[in-house]
Design a protein around this ligand. Structure first.
Ligand code: ZN
Ligand code: ZN
Ligand code: FE
Length: 759
């Protein structure tokens, strides 16, 4: 009888794949074996031809969630006359694992039913899981994936759990993290001083009572602590904002089920699928006018970030409380997520009233992911973390080990190992020592995890970023080549990596800030990117930002810079009296004209800020991107009705978009009493028109859109439609964040193509 050898690539480790193979093979009377191999799963089966065909088809189409088969390579194997029975062989320790590791998966329906059942072995148990659901990436210490190499190794299985683990017909067959109240992790409720107030079910019901009473509870979730509070109580939410020192930045809301989500937001099919999928991310959706949520959850914001419970613990708590709960990262603003209980008590002790924690160690912090509906009913990932990390975001032909360390904001680390591009979870902004330490730990963790030593390390061109300094240090330590990659080149390369694009591509990087090849602040760049590198073909005319970095927090500074550059200080001064007092405006005008502490920028993000300030939306921000967000919403009412501002493109190389006519028209509109919706729509249409003009000149078939400004869905959609109408093929990132969360991906692609000798 024929015997074939199958090599299966995909999400096939840690998702119940081997048990599935075992069950199908035995049912079809096939003999042979299955084991986790170096880059996927290896299978040998022997039996009737037809049975083998049925078996292979089953692998492709019947594999239950969240497994996914990317490819099956098939070769003939030598017949074994004595072949009998089918077995699961242990992982071969000498084989190097491919970087295909399952992410943390939300609880499956069967496990949830057991946890919520009034009786049974796992009734009310917060850590129920099986081969198809439960913690993975946040508990795996090393590969191959076995319980002994996870943080569950401190919980020896009881007899009942062992029986399930060994029973081929059980859905817990070979499920590494399984547990029960007898042998598994336990809940406890602690006071901020660390006193143990209650255990297990009692801890949970006490925590629920605290939340009902408007108290703040720190909950140890899958990948770290979260802070919870009643989302329907303005007083409770205001108190959380006060203690967390987070003025207006929106909070996400945990709702108990999809019905509760529909009570708060208008949800499309794509959004519902995202909410209920195994990744269980935060989904940005349109808030209902009669939503029960306190306005303070997301002030002046038509959107709300909703998420469903991802674990039995979250389900039990959300059900017991019975109200939507604010669910935000358990950290001090700017710092990484707390994972250890002691650390949480020390750092969040002044924020939370009590701590609902457990004794299962978290190996690495993994925050909640954030997604939004993108073009054509697809999903766009804005923050890649729990549920997505560390799935591959693309493939490289280059099999060398390349490490990319990102930029400054929304950092991630990307490792290319054996051709697989793996991006770390979101690590936050690199502006405090704890975050920088997390960046280094993550870079080392990923290299160790996938057992590689980087041959090339890529970083930003900015000489003073902590990520750049770390790259320099690691490159020396590993004897790796260091490649510095310009920020917007990386943005565009990330899109190319995700879509597997080759050859010349026009990339439009509409962004906040990136260190330019000439040392200036860039952010409104059109680059032609190819294997040879990047060529700047067009950009916005520069204007100065008084106070440099401070301008990102104060849109009025961008407004002043724009007006001085285009219309001169006298006119600028006259227009600014509602935004600055006279001495302030004078001092900043002087800074701009002298150029001292007022760097030039070509940033589209800062142009958005300038218009937001002049449109009367806001002169100052309490978080990054706030003005741009408000401009986005202001525009939505009449986007298609408004003419673009004039923004002529020069014939230079690179071409420069002249901002003078734009500034003139903007002030004329303002003088005519036209408000924010008009100005915002006009600005967005201007950028759409600019994208088209640049694309016509470049004459390349593919246009890639990247950079933080494309988080604006109206701008992204309108730009795509305009370019597609003109016959261009438009590519935008979906799995890779369009913001700086994607930079490390692009850095790796650029570094893989950099000629030897480039530094
Ligand atoms: Zn399950
Ligand atoms: Zn047990
Ligand atoms: Fe950027």
């Amino acid at each position: 009888m024929p015997r074939v050898c199958l090599h299966v690539r995909g999400i096939v480790q840690g998702v119940g794949f081997r048990p599935f193979v075992f069950q199908r093979a035995t049912a079809l009377g096939l003999s042979g074996w299955v084991k986790n191999g170096k880059s996927g799963v290896e299978i040998e089966v022997q039996g009737f031809e037809e049975a083998i065909e049925t078996f292979v088809r089953a692998l492709e189409v019947d594999l239950p969630r969240p497994g996914r088969v990317f490819s099956i390579a098939r070769t003939e194997a030598r017949e074994d006359a004595a072949a009998e029975g089918f077995s699961i062989l242990p992982s071969d320790e000498r084989e190097k694992p491919a970087p295909l590791v399952p992410p943390d998966l939300s609880v499956c329906a069967a496990c949830l039913a057991e946890s919520l059942a009034p009786s049974g072995r796992r009734s009310g148990y917060a850590f129920t899981c099986c081969a198809r659901c439960g913690p993975r990436y946040s508990i795996i210490e090393a590969l191959p994936y076995d319980r002994a190499r996870t943080s569950m190794r401190v919980f020896p299985r009881c007899d009942d759990c062992r029986r399930e683990y060994e029973d081929v017909s059980d859905r817990r067959f070979h499920a590494e993290p399984i547990a029960c109240p007898q042998c598994g992790p336990r809940l406890s409720l602690l006071s901020p001083a660390g006193e143990r107030l209650a255990e297990q079910a009692e801890a949970l019901s006490l925590a629920a009572r605290e939340l009902k009473n408007g108290k703040i509870v720190a909950l140890r979730g899958l990948g770290g602590f979260q802070l919870l509070v009643d989302a329907t109580s303005p007083a409770a939410v205001i108190e959380l904002r006060r203690r967390k020192e987070r003025e207006e930045k929106p909070f996400a809301v945990l709702v108990r089920d999809i019905e509760a989500a529909l009570r708060e937001a208008l949800l499309s099919e794509v959004e519902i699928a995202a909410l209920t999928g195994p990744e269980a991310p935060i989904v940005l959706a349109r808030k209902k006018l009669d939503s029960t949520l306190a306005e303070e959850v997301a002030p002046n914001n038509p959107l709300v970030g909703l998420l469903l419970p991802a674990t039995p613990l979250h389900h039990l708590l959300a059900l017991t409380v019975g109200k939507p709960l604010v669910c935000t990262s358990g950290n001090i603003s700017g710092e990484p997520l707390c994972t250890d209980t002691d650390e949480a008590l020390a750092r969040l002790g002044a924020i939370a009233d009590s701590f609902l924690t457990h004794d299962r160690p978290i190996v690495r912090p993994v925050d909640d992911s954030v997604v939004r509906e993108g073009p054509r009913q697809t999903l766009t990932v804005l923050r890649r973390a729990r549920g997505f990390s560390p799935l591959s975001v693309g493939k490289l032909e280059d099999t060398r080990s390349i490490l990319g360390l990102g930029a400054f904001l929304k950092s991630t680390v990307t490792l290319s190992a054996r051709g697989e591009l793996v991006t770390s979870q979101h690590l936050g902004d690199m502006d405090d020592p704890a975050s920088i330490d997390l960046l280094e730990r993550t870079a080392r963790d990923m290299c160790r995890f996938f057992d590689v030593r980087p041959e090339i390390i890529a970083c930003d061109l900015h000489p003073d970023f902590a990520s750049t300094r770390l790259a320099e240090r690691l490159a020396t330590e590993c004897g790796a080549r260091l490649v510095r990659v310009q920020h917007h080149h990386a943005h565009i390369a990330a899109v190319m990596a995700e879509h597997g694009l080759e050859g010349e591509v026009l990339g439009l990087a509409w962004d906040g800030y990136g260190f330019g090849a000439d040392g200036q602040a860039w952010g409104g760049e059109a680059l032609v990117v190819s294997d040879e590198g990047a060529r700047r073909v067009a950009h916005l005319a520069p204007f100065r930002l008084p106070g440099g970095d401070r301008a990102a927090r104060e849109p009025r500074r961008s407004a002043l810079g724009l007006l001085v550059a285009t219309l001169g200080p006298t006119r600028a001064f006259a227009e600014m009296n509602d935004l600055f007092d006279a001495p302030q405006a004078n001092a900043l005008c002087a800074a701009i004209t002298s150029g001292f502490s007022a760097p030039e920028t070509t940033s589209v993000g800062r142009l958005f800020d300038a218009v937001a300030a002049l449109a009367g939306l806001r002169g100052k921000c309490s978080f990054e991107g706030q003005a741009a967000m408000e401009l986005e919403w202001a525009a939505e009412t009449n986007l298609s009705l408004v003419e673009p501002f004039p923004l002529p493109l020069s014939n230079d190389t690179p071409a420069v978009a002249d901002l003078v006519p734009l500034a003139e028209a903007l002030l004329a509109d303002r003088a005519a009493g036209l408000g924010a919706p008009h100005l915002a729509a006009r600005l967005q249409n201007t950028l759409v028109e600019l994208a088209w003009k640049i694309a016509e000149r470049a004459g390349l078939p593919h246009v890639a859109l990247a950079g933080g400004c494309f988080q604006n869905v109206f701008l992204a959609r309108a730009t795509r439609e305009r370019l597609e109408r003109a016959g261009f093929s438009v590519l935008a990132p979906a799995a890779v964040p369009v913001n700086d969360g994607g930079i490390s991906v692009g850095q790796v692609l650029v570094a893989s193509r950099a000629p030897i000798g480039q530094r």
